[in-house]
Design a protein around this ligand. Structure first.
Ligand code: GLC
Length: 741
C-alpha cells in the first residue's frame, strides 16, 4: 500500500463522508457559507484578514472599484452611476470612455419625471428595471437614487432628484431602493445631505436650523434607510456645521448610524474626502475619487495615498488609530460585499430589453404633466389635419447624454420629432422648423451624440421661417425648455437665469401670434418663467424622459396616454417668489444660510399667499374629475389611535383617466411656526368615465409631528388640526377639522 497515497486519500474520503449530505457547506469556510448569518460570516472573514487587507477594502483601487481580499476569495466591489441608467464603462483610472461596445443601456426618465408620476408602483418598476441593468453589467453598487430637496429653481441638479416635498420624496424613493436591491445590487442614496446647489458644492458650508434639517432635508434619506433598507449612502461634497458631509460626526455617526441604525456603507462622493483623521472618526467607510493634493498624488499609485489608505495604515501601526473603529468600517464593507458581489442567489439581470424600454415609456408617459389645456387644443388628432408643425431644438436634441455623472450611452434615443412622426405616420404631413439654436455640444465625457445640430440661419431668420410655417399649419407643437449643458440642467453648475435660454420666449410669442393652436412642450428638469403663458393655450412638462422620450411624448400629445402627472415642485411666476431666493441665500459664498427654514416651495407660497405659476401637485387630464364629500370618521385623535379621512373622486368626463388625490394637514394651534399645510398622503386613482371611488387616508399622531428644536425631539402638540383634501397644493376640494388630545 502506498502510504503517501493512503494518507491523502483517506482524509479526503472522510471529509467528503462527513459532508455526507452531499452539501459542500462543510468545505466552505464560514465567511463563504451563505447558510450562516451575515454577522457570523463577517466575524469569520474579519478574523482572517490582515491589517493591510482591512485597510485595503476601505478605499478605491480604480475610478469605480474598491478592493476585495484576493487571498480569501472575497471579491472587489464595482460601483456605477447613475440614477437614470448604467453609465458606460470608463478606463481604469480615468473619466474618459473605455470605448466598450457592449455597454449601451436603457435611459430611464430623470427622477423628477418618476416623482411626477406620484405613483409608487412606477418607482418599483423603475427600481426593478434599472437594477436588472446594473446586475447584467456586473455592478454591485448603483450610485443612485438622489433625493436632495428642490430648494431653488436654479440648482443645476434638480433634474436628478424627486422634488420639493419630503413626504413625496420619501414615498417615491422606498420602492426604487427595494427593487434595485432585489437584484443583489446596492442602492447608494445620495447626496447625504444638504446638497441643494452646485455652486461651490465642494466646500460650501450649509447653515440650516434643526427643524428644517429634520422636517425637510432628511426625511427622504431616513425613509430610504429605514423603510427602503438602503445598503449604501453617499456623503455629499458640501459641509454642514463646518465638517465635510463625507466625514461628518453629526450626519453620519449621530444621525445616520446612531438614530437611524444604518448598517450599510457610507461611500464618499468622488473627491469628497479631505482628511484622514476626520475620515476615520466621522463615519466614512469607503473612500472614492480622492484627488489628494492634486499634484504628485495623481500618479497611478494615488490609491495608496488615499486618506483611508497608507496614511490610515501608518496611524494604526503607530497605535494612533483604534482597531475598533477600523473593524466597524470593515464589517460594513464586508456586509455590502456579502449582500452583493459575493451573493450567489442574485438574478441574472438584463440589458436593453423590450421590457425596460416599455418601462421607460410607461413611466415617462405617467410622469409628463399637462400644465394647461384651454379650448381642448390637446390631444391633437392628426386625422383632422393636413399639416402639423413641430418647432424647437429640443425636438431633435439628444438628452440622455450630458448633465454630468448621470450622462448615459444609449443604443437609441427616440427624440420628440421622431416619436411624433412615428405616431402620425401618413395621416398628415409633419413639418419641422428649428426655431432657435441652443447648444451644439455633441461630446459628453467621451460619449459622442453623433448629432450635427449646426445651423447657418440667424435668430431672426429662424423665427421668420418658423412663423411662416406656422401660418400654414393646422397646429403647432413647440418643443423647447432646457438641456443638459453647463448652466442648464447640469451637475457642477447652477443655472444663471430663471427664464428659458436661447430667446425661446421670442419664438413662442411669435408662433402663438401666427397660429393660436400652439402647444408648448418643455423638455427640462427645473421650473422656468413663462411670460407668454396667457397667450399659449396648452403647455406640457415632458421632463428628460429617457430612451423612449419621443414615443412617450407622442402618446400624450395624441391621447394614447391620458396624462396623469403632477408637479413634484412649484413653478413660481418669478424667482422673487421663491423663498430661498428672497429669504435665504443662494448660492451664498463660503457658507449658505437656509433662512427660509421650513418654508420651501408650496410651504413658502402658502405662508406668503403668493400665487404660483403652477403649483406643487398640479397636473391636468384629458378628462375631468370631481373630488368631494370629504369626511372624517371621528373628531378627535388620541395618542395611540388613528382616524380616517375619506373623499369621493368621480371621473366626470368621457374617457378613462387617473387623478392623484392629495391629503395635506395643517396644525391650527402650534407653539412653534408651522407651514399652513403639509403633504401627508396621496393616492393615484384610475377611473373609467362616470366611475366613483372613495379614497381613504389614515391619520396617526406621527403625521402631526414636528421637530421641536428646543427639546431636540419630535412632538405632536394637542390641539386643532385641519385635513385638506385636494388635487394640487393650491386646489383644495374639501377639508375637515379634528383635534389631537
Ligand atoms: C459625482 C457626483 C456623484 C457621482 C460621482 C461619481 O461628482 O456628485 O453623484 O455618483 O461623482 O461619478
Amino acid at each position: 500500500m502506498n502510504f503517501k497515497l493512503f494518507f491523502n486519500v483517506v482524509p479526503a474520503l472522510f471529509l467528503m463522508g462527513c459532508a455526507g449530505n452531499g452539501g459542500a457547506s462543510s468545505t466552505l469556510a464560514p465567511y463563504q457559507n451563505e447558510s450562516l448569518s451575515l454577522d457570523e460570516r463577517i466575524e469569520d472573514a474579519l478574523s482572517r484578514m490582515t491589517l493591510e487587507e482591512k485597510v485595503a477594502v476601505l478605499h478605491a483601487q480604480s475610478k469605480f472599484s474598491s478592493a476585495g481580499v484576493p487571498r480569501l476569495g472575497i471579491p472587489e466591489l464595482w460601483c456605477t452611476d447613475g440614477p437614470h441608467g448604467i453609465r458606460p464603462e470608463v478606463l481604469w483610472d480615468e473619466w474618459d470612455q473605455a470605448r466598450w461596445t457592449n455597454d449601451s443601456c436603457t435611459a430611464f426618465p430623470a427622477l423628477t419625471c418618476l416623482a411626477a408620476t406620484w405613483n409608487p408602483a412606477m418607482s418599483a418598476l423603475y427600481g426593478k428595471s434599472i437594477g436588472e441593468e446594473a446586475r447584467y453589467r456586473e455592478k454591485d453598487v448603483l450610485l443612485g437614487p438622489g433625493v436632495n430637496i428642490y430648494r431653488m429653481p436654479l440648482n443645476g441638479r434638480n433634474f436628478e432628484y424627486m422634488g420639493e416635498d419630503p413626504y413625496l420624496s420619501s414615498r417615491m424613493v422606498v420602492p426604487y431602493v427595494q427593487e434595485v436591491q432585489k437584484n443583489g445590487v446596492a442602492a447608494c442614496v445620495k447626496h447625504f445631505a444638504l446638497n441643494n446647489q452646485e455652486t461651490n458644492r465642494q466646500s460650501v458650508n450649509v447653515i440650516v436650523d434643526d427643524r428644517a434639517l429634520y422636517e425637510i432635508y432628511l426625511p427622504a434619506f431616513k425613509a430610504a434607510v429605514e423603510e427602503g433598507g438602503a445598503w449604501a449612502v453617499m456623503g455629499s461634497y458640501n459641509k454642514y456645521r463646518g465638517q465635510h458631509c463625507c466625514h461628518n460626526q453629526y450626519l453620519l455617526n449621530d444621525i445616520l448610524k446612531g438614530e437611524w441604525g444604518f448598517d450599510g456603507v457610507v461611500i464618499s462622493d468622488w473627491g469628497g474626502a479631505h482628511d484622514t483623521k476626520q475620515a476615520i472618526e466621522n463615519g466614512l467607510d469607503l473612500e472614492f475619487g480622492s484627488w489628494t493634493n492634486g499634484m504628485n498624488w495623481g500618479a497611478s499609485n494615488a490609491y495608496d495615498n488615499y486618506y483611508l489608505a497608507h496614511p490610515y495604515l501608518e496611524l494604526l501601526k503607530r497605535g494612533e488609530a483604534d482597531q475598533k473603529t477600523l473593524d466597524d468600517k470593515v464589517r460594513r464593507v464586508l456586509r455590502l460585499i456579502f449582500r452583493t458581489a459575493m451573493n450567489t442567489h442574485k438574478p441574472f439581470g438584463s440589458l436593453n430589453s423590450p421590457e425596460h424600454l416599455a418601462a421607460a415609456r410607461r413611466i415617462a408617459g405617467e410622469g409628463m404633466v399637462l400644465l394647461k389645456n384651454d379650448n381642448g387644443v390637446l390631444p391633437l388628432d392628426p386625422a383632422k389635419m393636413k399639416r402639423l408643425l413641430v418647432v424647437g431644438e429640443n425636438a431633435v436634441k439628444m438628452m440622455t447624454v450630458g448633465g454630468g455623472s448621470s450622462s448615459l450611452k444609449v443604443r437609441h434615443e427616440c427624440l420628440p420629432l421622431e416619436g411624433i412622426r412615428t405616431a402620425v405616420g401618413e395621416t398628415c404631413d409633419v413639418i419641422y422648423e428649428r426655431g432657435y439654436v441652443g447648444d451644439l455640444q455633441t461630446e459628453f465625457d467621451g460619449v459622442m451624440s453623433g448629432q450635427d445640430l449646426s445651423e447657418k440661419r440667424s435668430e431672426e431668420q429662424l423665427i421668420a421661417d418658423a412663423v411662416a410655417a406656422a401660418k400654414q399649419a393646422d397646429a403647432v407643437i413647440f418643443v423647447g425648455g432646457l438641456n443638459k449643458s453647463k448652466r442648464q440642467d447640469c451637475e457642477g453648475y447652477d443655472r444663471d437665469q430663471y427664464g428659458l435660454p436661447y430667446a425661446q420666449d421670442r419664438v413662442i410669442e411669435a408662433l402663438v401670434a401666427a397660429n393660436p393652436r400652439l402647444a408648448v412642450v418643455l423638455v427640462s428638469g427645473n421650473a422656468v418663467a413663462m411670460p407668454w403663458i396667457e397667450q399659449v393655450p396648452a403647455v406640457v412638462e415632458a421632463w428628460f424622459s429617457g430612451s423612449e422620450a419621443g414615443n412617450a411624448l407622442a402618446d400624450v400629445l395624441f391621447g394614447k396616454v391620458n396624462p396623469s402627472g403632477k408637479l413634484p415642485f412649484t413653478f413660481p411666476v418669478r424667482l422673487e417668489d421663491n423663498g430661498a431666493f428672497v429669504m435665504g441665500e443662494f448660492p451664498g459664498g463660503d457658507s449658505v444660510r437656509y433662512n427660509e427654514s421650513l418654508f420651501v416651495g408650496y410651504r413658502w407660497h402658502d405662508a406668503k399667499a403668493i400665487k404660483p405659476l403652477f403649483a406643487f401637485g398640479h397636473g391636468l387630464s384629458y378628462t375631468t374629475f370631481e373630488v368631494g364629500n370629504v369626511k372624517i370618521d371621528r373628531p378627535t385623535l388620541r395618542d395611540k389611535g388613528s382616524l380616517h379621512v375619506t373623499a369621493d373622486v368621480t371621473n366626470t368626463g368621457d374617457r378613462a383617466g387617473a387623478e392623484v388625490v392629495q391629503l395635506y394637514i395643517g396644525d391650527e394651534e402650534s407653539t412653534l411656526p408651522r407651514p399652513v399645510k403639509e403633504l401627508k398622503g396621496f393616492e393615484k386613482v384610475m377611473l373609467e368615465p362616470g366611475e366613483t371611488k372613495t379614497v381613504t387616508f389614515e391619520i396617526t399622531p406621527e403625521a402631526l409631528r414636528y421637530y421641536d428644536d428646543t427639546a431636540d425631539c419630535w412632538t405632536a402638540e394637542a390641539g386643532k388640526f385641519t385635513a385638506f383634501v385636494g388635487v394640487a397644493s393650491d386646489d383644495i376640494r374639501g377639508s375637515v377639522d379634528f383635534t389631537l388630545e
